[in-house]
Design a protein around this ligand. Structure first.
Ligand SMILES: Cc1cc2nc3c(=O)[nH]c(=O)nc-3n(C[C@H](O)[C@H](O)[C@H](O)COP(=O)(O)OP(=O)(O)OC[C@H]3O[C@@H](n4cnc5c(N)ncnc54)[C@H](O)[C@@H]3O)c2cc1C
Length: 142
């Protein structure tokens, strides 16, 4: 980012592209400041969607985790191998890993429930279904 800034590139964090307009092609883009909702229109001939990310793992490098390239190796409990440290989401690595949103949500539930048992071994790993609780409430109300 510093390199781009040093080259004179205008970097606008907290902004979203909210309109792309032009006749024969792209001519201008509307940027909206998500903090203030203020809009600014800038001339543009191209819009390049540079989506993607690179997690910065440097802060975790000394935690004793096992890394596989830029990912943290976990077991089926989402346990990293370091006591009380669980992980979920794109960051994790195991055989057959699929990096999708739905997978990350599932891993988060697995990580949280296994962490709960680690913290309190009297807890059940399976927390129950929300529908079970709904049925209990219906039963109590009738
Ligand atoms: C272009 C693209 C398109 C995709 N399309 C789909 C799709 O259609 N459907 C689908 O299911 N999945 C899609 N994915 C995958 C999906 O985005 C990921 O699976 C999901 O976002 C993973 O969620 P996450 O919370 O694990 O990680 P992320 O969403 O990456 O969140 C991690 C967050 O941690 C932050 N972070 C990184 N390092 C640090 C640090 N050191 N300190 C603090 N914060 C840090 C990052 O800035 C980021 O906000 C797509 C991914 C990409 C790149």
């Amino acid at each position: 980012m510093e390199l781009a800034r040093d080259l004179g590139v205008s970097i606008r964090t907290f902004h979203e592209v909210t309109a792309i307009e032009g006749d024969a092609g792209v001519e201008r883009v509307t940027l909206t400041d998500v903090r203030t909702d203020e809009k600014s229109v800038i001339p543009a001939g191209r819009v390049i969607a540079a989506l993607g990310f690179a997690a910065d793992l440097s802060a975790m490098r000394h935690w004793g985790l096992t890394f596989s390239e830029r990912h943290v190796v976990v077991d089926s409990r989402m346990w990293t191998g370091v006591d009380r440290v669980y992980a979920a989401g794109d960051l994790t690595e195991y055989a057959g890993k699929v990096r999708l949103i739905a997978v990350g949500f599932g891993e988060a539930a697995t990580a949280v429930n296994n962490a709960a048992v680690r913290l309190d071994p009297s807890q059940d790993l399976f927390p129950g279904h929300s529908t079970d609780h709904a049925n209990e409430m219906i039963g109590a109300a009738t």
